[in-house]
Design a protein around this ligand. Structure first.
Ligand SMILES: Cc1cc2nc3c(=O)[nH]c(=O)nc-3n(C[C@H](O)[C@H](O)[C@H](O)COP(=O)(O)OP(=O)(O)OC[C@H]3O[C@@H](n4cnc5c(N)ncnc54)[C@H](O)[C@@H]3O)c2cc1C
Length: 387
């Protein structure tokens, strides 16, 4: 049996940040992963450019059974701390929209940066290593049995991520370990995921059209982002965002022109124009046609209830998704290790000293736009300080 201070399970975003931080604190760290390659999710993120954080990170941008849980870690390690780390390594970024920061040098550069931080801190890597078993050691700490060696460690950090994209190595091992040590779980579902729709709810041949200024709502949550009409349904950032709030059976409501007052859509002064031509001034013509169906009379020939019915379709297109495209297409997993069982300051399990859970395995899910990586960095950092 080999001895070390800390074993980190999972060399993804949170695990690498935690391992580097713990190493910098003078701890002997082993970082192990069953994958041969480091941090596959960082590699594929942001279309290869890694949307590594967001300028507007705040607790409201995270879903969790306890919405206050994220506050401490996000405060201890902020988006500006990560930006400073990038600068230290000579990396630069570009803000795309809504505060989303993408690495100019690409996601490989972010991985290389985290690897260098960990290497400089003396982290011991064990890639391509199967985890067989974890148990409490009689003398305190944990025994970690793997396909390569067995380790005795004082602290064990579970950073094995969620269930999304099993094709690149995601497993539910983190949830199994939580159960083994008696920690409660919040049921998991795919999130930031395309929703599926019944064919009759869709407007046929509109695939490829993007609507930029839409809002999409579910219950009292609304996102104002781009919407994409596809062959299979409706997609784009607005749908991914709302998917995290959607429950089966609930409708989502799309407002295609939230910013245009009704008087500007159908101005009395232009009552001789056809409603199609009027609507096509604000929407792609094919979408305007889909909203109107066969209706194409001049505005002056429509009575108020008819105009109201068109406006209703424009502002309240309510559809009940039939489901989601599942973990194979989901960017993240909602639910996970119940935060009630963890310290928000350290990420340590309240009832199992030395056992930590960080990153996506925890019941914390960020919005689309760099929020999930920031949670990985912040939770990884605070655990690294305390292991
Ligand atoms: C396509 C895609 C694009 C994304 N883009 C962005 C983005 O641009 N911005 C953003 O903020 N978020 C993005 N995300 C979400 C982000 O990738 C995750 O939230 C983040 O990676 C979670 O970090 P983590 O360290 O908790 O888990 P992960 O990064 O998933 O790391 C978990 C690690 O544990 C390892 N592991 C799993 N099971 C085992 C096991 N049984 N034994 C040993 N090792 C195991 C895995 O191999 C992996 O290396 C994206 C996700 C996807 C799928």
């Amino acid at each position: 049996m080999l001895e070390t201070d800390v074993v980190v399970l999972g060399a993804g975003a949170a695990g690498m940040m935690c391992a580097a931080t713990a190493g910098q604190m003078g701890r002997r760290v082993v970082l192990l992963d069953h994958a041969e390659k480091l941090a596959e999710k960082i590699r594929i993120s942001g279309g290869g450019r890694c949307n590594f954080t967001n300028l507007h990170v705040r607790p409201e941008c995270y879903l969790s059974a306890n919405p206050h849980f994220v506050k401490s870690a996000l405060k201890q390690y902020t988006q500006h701390d990560f930006m400073a780390l990038m600068q230290k390594h000579g990396l630069s970024w570009t803000e795309k929209t809504l505060g989303q920061l993408f690495c100019d040098q690409g996601s490989e550069a972010v991985i290389a940066m985290l690897k260098k931080e960990a290497d400089d801190a003396g982290v011991n890597w064990r890639m391509g290593t199967e985890l067989f078993e974890v148990e409490k050691a009689p003398e305190g700490g944990f025994v970690v049995r793997t396909s390569k060696e067995n380790w005795l460690c004082q602290s064990l950090v579970v950073a094995t991520g969620g269930l999304s994209i099993p094709q690149i190595g995601a497993t539910g091992i983190g949830f199994e370990l939580a159960k083994q040590f008696g920690l409660p779980l919040i049921p998991t579902v795919p999130a930031l995921v395309p929703l599926t729709f019944q064919p009759q709810d869709l407007w046929g041949e509109l695939a490829g059209i993007a609507l930029d200024g839409t809002t999409v709502s579910c219950d009292r949550t609304t996102f104002r982002e781009a919407l994409l009409l596809t062959h299979k349904g409706v997609s784009g950032p607005a749908i991914l965002q709302i998917s995290s709030y959607w429950e089966p059976g609930k409708p989502i409501v799309i407002d295609m022109l939230p910013d245009v007052p009704d008087e500007a859509i159908f101005p009395v002064a232009q009552r001789d124009k056809s409603v199609l031509n009027l609507l096509a001034e604000h929407l792609p013509r094919r979408v305007a046609q889909a909203v109107l169906g066969d209706e194409n009379r001049p505005l002056k020939q429509l009575n108020p209830p008819e105009i109201e019915a068109i406006l209703q379709r424009l502002h309240h297109w309510a559809i009940i998704p039939s489901g989601t495209q599942g973990y194979r297409k989901a960017e993240v997993t909602r639910g996970g290790v119940d935060t009630a069982a963890l310290s928000s300051k350290t990420m340590m399990a309240r009832d199992v000293p030395g056992l930590f859970f960080i990153g996506e395995v925890v019941d914390v899910t960020g919005w689309l736009g760099g929020y999930n990586f920031q949670w990985a960095w912040s939770s990884g950092y605070v655990a690294g300080l305390n292991v």
